[in-house]
Design a protein around this ligand. Structure first.
Ligand SMILES: NC(=O)C1=CN([C@@H]2O[C@H](COP(=O)(O)OP(=O)(O)OC[C@H]3O[C@@H](n4cnc5c(N)ncnc54)[C@H](OP(=O)(O)O)[C@@H]3O)[C@@H](O)[C@H]2O)C=CC1
Ligand SMILES: O=C(O)C1=N[C@H](C(=O)O)C[C@H](O)C1
Length: 254
């Protein structure tokens, strides 16, 4: 039986993951949060001791905030435990920390743990590779009013997939905010638009547009359980893998 520890356990995703883990009969070692009060499940206490949680867990799942990532990775390295990272809003400095940690332990990082979005990313890469440079690519996402980062981790993942298909670096070809007199669209750019409102769990649409026609492919998450199930599946898969950096492809067999 896999025993899971949750970083960010009092959050929306932390609570959903604890529920899925309990429903699947998995062990829960406990959880941390900014304010580690109360229990993450009946009889399972929150703790402020990140290292003790890592030592008590077989695998850790982190859906918290980018600012906590460094401490979470340090605890997992010290305890020699694998970690699944679902937190978004990561900057290059965080990805460098993940690469460094992956030398010592298995680390799976993804902007989206659902099967549907990971399949969508594969389709986007294929479409971007097959369509010529005269097809503009725009990525539109909508999330609930509480979301703090934009574009979403998933939108960036889809942008990376499109850029891979085109053999271009996303960082040099991304347009993340249009306002005012922007000038005409820069050929080859991948555009991002973020909408926020209500309780939307996560909608993503990728639009390929050229003269006279448009292809639109997308994904709508109806609830957080799909992300929580994916995170738990990833955690079970990661136990026993060698040190290294992983995404959801191996977990989902894509
Ligand atoms: N990869 C995926 O498939 C998915 C990724 N996400 C991402 O997961 C993250 C969490 O989302 P969500 O649960 O909705 O957000 P929440 O804000 O509900 O949860 C984040 C939790 O982390 C806590 N936290 C803050 N600082 C620390 C710290 N130093 N140590 C431990 N916990 C801390 C927060 O506490 P407090 O509120 O008190 O600050 C909060 O309880 C986001 O980045 C989101 O984009 C979400 C869904 C799917
Ligand atoms: O914050 C969320 O809620 C979500 N965040 C992830 C993201 O940034 O892509 C995944 C999902 O869309 C929900």
């Amino acid at each position: 039986m896999t025993t899971i520890g949750i970083f960010g356990a009092a959050g929306r995703m932390g609570r959903a993951i604890a529920q899925v883990a309990a429903d699947s009969g998995l062990g829960l070692a406990g959880g941390t949060d900014r304010d580690p009060a109360g229990e993450i499940a009946p009889g399972i206490a929150m703790t402020a001791d990140t290292l003790a949680l890592a030592e008590a867990s077989e695998v850790l799942i982190d859906f918290s905030v980018p600012g906590a990532l460094s401490a979470h990775l340090d605890a997992c390295i010290a305890a020699k435990k694998p970690i699944v990272i679902g937190t978004t809003g990561l900057e290059p400095v965080h990805h460098a920390l993940i690469d460094e940690a992956a030398v010592h332990i298995p680390v799976l990082q993804t902007g989206n743990t659902s099967l549907g979005v990971n399949l969508l990313a594969a389709l986007v890469e294929k479409a971007a590779a097959g369509l010529g440079d005269d097809w503009d690519i725009e990525i539109v996402e909508m999330h609930h009013r509480h979301k703090v980062d934009a574009p979403s981790g998933t939108a960036l993942m889809l942008g990376e997939a499109a850029a891979r298909g085109r053999h271009i670096p996303l960082a040099e070809h991304s347009d993340r905010g249009r306002d005012g007199i922007t000038g005409a669209r820069t050929p080859g750019d991948i555009g991002f638009v973020a909408l926020r409102g209500g309780s939307v769990a996560g909608d993503h649409q990728v639009i390929f547009a050229t003269e006279g026609e448009r292809i639109e492919i997308g994904h709508r998450a109806e609830n957080r359980t799909i992300f929580a199930r994916g995170a738990v599946k990833a955690a079970r898969w990661l136990v026993g893998q060698p040190a290294g950096r992983y995404d959801m492809k191996g977990v989902l067999g894509l």
